[in-house]
Design a protein around this ligand. Structure first.
Ligand SMILES: Cc1cc2nc3c(=O)[nH]c(=O)nc-3n(C[C@H](O)[C@H](O)[C@H](O)COP(=O)(O)OP(=O)(O)OC[C@H]3O[C@@H](n4cnc5c(N)ncnc54)[C@H](O)[C@@H]3O)c2cc1C
Ligand code: SF4
Length: 854
């Protein structure tokens, strides 16, 4: 990680191109975010963890050599030699070799089934092993983690996420003993237990024994106790990778690490060290923020600067979902005269402590367990006087949010991973014109590593925008002060059924008529709170262009028509109907990415006739025009495929028929794959379902398009009924609470708690609205009708499908087509109007019903 930061900093600052950097990496991949390694278990790809933009690695002054470890340094010749035999000369060498996971000398620590937790390969192997054990046993897989520190607890959470039981075995008196005190440790133990993770304290593991298959099967403890296991993760700390430095004769610290001064230089003027391998100010620091600071210092020095290491910020926050723990500053109150203020609620599982100077004014440190909401606000106040009574920061609801946040001095560090101060965040708004959190993150890098400072950054940005007179308004538009989510709730609760009533009750101005923003939004809201036809009465006037005629407007003014092909399954008869309709109306046909057939070039006045043919043949609207469910893509699944473990087509058809016509803040796509090979690319969808041999895994929040995202794992091995209920709730929660035109991926980022927050609402009913979501989806399913069939049966609705209102039987003559690859396509302007050189265009000016020959 530190090497990547160094390269990035050098390319940012070395405008003259003085330095050419070669990165020699032992791992076979580009640098990645180790801090976020555990997210691999919630469905993230290793590629999602990659650090550095493609442009950085493509920079001509940067060379990244992967999968080639350095084996020796020749300080005389100033060369390094690698495993592959490569010899590289250097003008300056930076050691950023990090650490390796420590392995205590316990008998049996090399047995199959014993893992460490440091690299992508480690977690991939651990995952594979647990999945293999799950196949093997009809009982739950039994896991143990040796080590109850930050990493051990994260690993225990990972084991649980893989469906294994886990017990944390801790040598010391309490969990996270390097960061929190005994009181906090006790509260933490209770929280960890409440997640179903066992904890053994004061326990030394003496031996790991094999089972009959020769893999790890049991842990023996010094107190005579034992624990049966199928998998063990050892997380007992790290050892600096200082072997190259040692062999090259560089000084190493008493507990390892290449010794450097405050400028990160070793005794050799041509060698520096940065990150976990460096022993700086007498210690190696196992956190990324000090490593990034060292990378910046090395670059500064190489470019002639005089930067020095300011000392390490060792504040830490546990990244285990459902367990809020933070520790910062002098958490153990070792400063002479330090005072401790403690607030504990054993029933609620909360323990909070502030450490203050002897006059009880200056904040020296703190421990927050069970509720760390005040962490982001308090940590930047380290070493400063707290405004007001310190006790207010410990009371429930954090207290420390508002006042303290807004008063933060400009030089207070907000994001310690990237060394961003409150002043820099404010400057991003006032000087660089950033107007939202995303822009501030991109501009300053704040919150882009561990993310624990994001709530604070958001508050600062909002406060600064407000100060600059930019109202951070959630108002939908000038006609409604409410956000879409607020308006949705208001309409739902009041059971209003028309736009006029909604505007009268919640609008900002009496007598206003609404606009292109609020009208389609209210139409969409009403479609799920009070279902009805899109073209019924006043609702017809609210729809945007495509919904207005239930077809997709194309660039030449013609429309496209897409009948539903649920799950991508279509009979030969269905294909013949579509083919014949396209032929008879001269429509261009193309297979879509959603496994259906799009027919282009229909005039507005042809739409009813086309749909009459389709509806008579048993087809229905595919809602390709709506902000609604589009398709449920599927692979052939177990019916045909040799690898399939479930019937993915049947499920896709079931889901598509269930959610067809569901109007939402943006379009929704689903996918179902019949096995882990994922041929339906389900993880690129808003909801992706992947078959397992026990049921279905469901992933949520995947998006294609401009900002592609992989969906994240929400739940595993669900039976079909539970799966459908889970998707019902996910979709309805999204429909209710997302912003206008917000797709599921950004919506999930906005939901408090992200994926975990969504999971809490859907799976654990944390807001008590699950039954309500279920009922609302049932209402949608029960009230579904095919929009086109209903339109064909209603002469009033059909009146809108005319090219000219005053001459309904006359087709639009401006539509012109030329033949290409055997089909009709819209004529270009030159083809219609003639070329500059006087040639006339070869064009047939007519409707699309003329047959086109190749
Ligand atoms: C699961 C997990 C969670 C973590 N969470 C946090 C957190 O929340 N907050 C935090 O601050 N820190 C956290 N950390 C620690 C953080 O990841 C490290 O502090 C950071 O990665 C250190 O960066 P580095 O560049 O010094 O070392 P590394 O990231 O380990 O990089 C060193 C690289 O050098 C390579 N290398 C070693 N020897 C050679 C050689 N001879 N030739 C070529 N290449 C070599 C290694 O293979 C490695 O890829 C976490 C670590 C893990 C594993
Ligand atoms: S995802 Fe699996 S079941 Fe579906 S087609 Fe691919 S290999 Fe076959």
């Amino acid at each position: 990680m530190v090497a990547q930061r160094l390269v990035e900093a050098m390319r940012d600052r070395d405008a003259a191109g003085e330095w050419r950097i070669t990165v020699l990496a032992e791992e076979p991949r580009a640098p990645y975010d180790r801090v976020a390694l555990t997210s691999y278990f919630s469905g993230r790809d290793p590629e999602d963890l990659a650090l550095g933009t493609p442009e950085l690695w493509a920079d001509p002054l940067v060379r990244l050599v992967r999968g080639d470890a350095v084996t020796a340094i020749d300080r005389e010749a100033r060369t390094v030699t690698s495993t592959s035999g490569r010899v590289e000369h250097y003008d300056h060498l930076v050691l950023a070799t990090g650490s390796k996971a420590a392995m205590p000398p316990i008998e049996g620590n090399d047995l199959p089934g014993v893992f460490v937790y440091r690299t992508v390969d480690d977690v991939a192997e651990l995952r594979g092993w647990v999945e293999e054990q799950r196949e093997r046993w009809s009982r739950p897989v039994r896991g143990a983690v040796i080590g109850g520190g930050l990493l051990g607890l994260e690993a225990a959470g990972a084991l649980q996420a893989l469906g294994a039981q886990s017990t944390v075995v801790q040598f010391g008196t309490h969990l996270m003993s390097a960061q929190i005190d005994l009181g906090g440790g006790e509260a933490l133990r209770r929280l960890i237990n409440s997640l179903g993770v066992g904890v053994r304290l004061n326990t030394a593991t003496t031996r790991m024994r094999t089972n009959r298959r020769g893999t790890v099967g049991r842990l023996d403890f010094a107190d005579g106790g034992r624990l049966d296991v199928d998998v063990v993760v050892v997380a007992t700390g790290v050892t600096p990778r200082d072997e190259l430095g040692r062999a090259a004769g560089l000084e190493v610290g008493p507990r390892g690490g290449v010794v450097v001064d405050d400028a990160c230089r070793t005794a050799d003027p041509f060698v520096s060290a940065a990150g976990e391998v460096a022993c700086i100010q007498g210690a190696c620091i196992g956190l990324v923020a000090p490593g990034y600071a060292m990378a910046e210092i090395v670059v500064d020095r190489l470019l002639g600067g005089a930067a020095t290491f300011p000392g390490a910020d060792t504040a830490t926050k546990l990244k285990l979902s459902g367990v809020d723990v933070a520790s910062f500053g002098d958490a153990f109150a070792v400063t002479p005269g330090a005072l401790e203020i403690v607030w504990a609620d054993p029933v609620g599982g909360v323990y909070k402590k502030l450490v203050l100077s002897d006059d009880a004014r200056t904040l020296l440190g703190g421990v927050l367990v069970g509720d760390a909401s005040a962490y982001a606000s308090l940590r930047p106040m380290l070493g400063r006087e707290l405004p007001g009574d310190p006790g207010q920061y410990l009371l429930p609801e954090g207290g420390g949010g508002g006042g303290a946040t807004l008063e933060l001095p400009d030089d207070a560090a907000v994001c310690s991973c990237n060394n961003v101060t409150a002043g820099t965040v404010r400057g991003a708004v006032t000087e660089h014109g950033c107007t939202d959190l995303g822009a501030v993150k991109a501009c300053t890098r704040a919150g882009t590593s561990c993310g624990s400072c994001l709530p604070l950054v958001k508050k600062l940005v909002t406060a600064e925008l407000e100060k600059s007179g930019i109202t951070v308004s959630k108002a939908l538009c000038e006609h409604f002060d409410l956000s879409r989510a607020q308006l949705y709730d208001a309409v739902r609760v009041t059971q209003l059924r028309s736009f006029t009533d909604v505007l009268a009750r919640f609008g900002t101005r009496p007598g206003a008529r609404g606009c292109d923003i609020c009208k389609p939004v209210v139409a969409s809201i009403l479609s799920t709170t009070a279902p009805g036809h899109v073209l019924e009465g006043e609702r017809a006037t609210l729809q945007d262009t495509n919904d207005h005629v239930m077809a997709n407007l194309q660039k030449d003014g013609s429309y496209s028509v897409v009948p539903r092909i649920a799950g991508g399954e279509v009979t030969p008869e269905g294909l013949l109907v579509i083919g014949q309709v396209a032929k008879d109306f001269g429509l261009y046909t193309k297979i879509t990415g959603g496994q259906r057939i799009d027919m282009f070039g229909a005039r507005i006045d042809q739409l009813p006739a086309i749909w009459k043919r389709l509806v008579d043949a048993g087809m229905e609207s595919g809602h390709a025009y709506g902000k609604s469910l589009r398709t449920v893509k599927s692979c052939v699944g177990s019916t045909w495929c040799r690898f399939g473990v479930q019937d993915s087509v049947a499920l896709a058809v079931q889901l598509e028929l269930r959610y067809r016509g569901l109007r939402s803040p943006h379009k929704i796509k689903l996918g179902v794959s019949g096995c882990a090979r994922e041929c339906a690319e389900a993880r690129g969808k808003d909801v992706g379902v992947i078959a397992t041999d026990k049921g279905w895994n469901v992933y949520v929040g995947g998006n294609g398009g401009f900002t592609p995202r992989h969906a994240q794992l929400l739940a595993e091995d669900l039976d079909t009924e539970t799966l459908v209920r889970t998707i019902d709730r996910f979709l309805m929660y999204y429909v209710r609470t997302a912003d206008r035109l917000q797709r599921t991926a950004p919506w999930m980022e906005d939901v408090e708690g992200g994926l975990e927050g969504v999971r809490a609402v859907i799976m654990d009913d944390a807001l008590g609205i699950a039954a309500d979501l279920d009922a609302q989806m049932a209402l949608h399913v029960d009230s579904y009708e095919d929009e086109w069939a209903a339109t064909l049966a209603d002469p009033e609705k059909l009146r809108r499908f005319a090219s000219f209102v005053n001459a309904p039987a006359t087709p639009d003559p401006s539509l012109a087509y030329v033949a290409e690859r055997g089909q009709a396509r819209p004529a270009t302007a030159e083809e219609k109007n003639g070329y500059d050189d006087g040639r006339t265009g070869a064009v047939l000016v007519a409707g699309t019903t003329l047959e086109v020959r190749s």
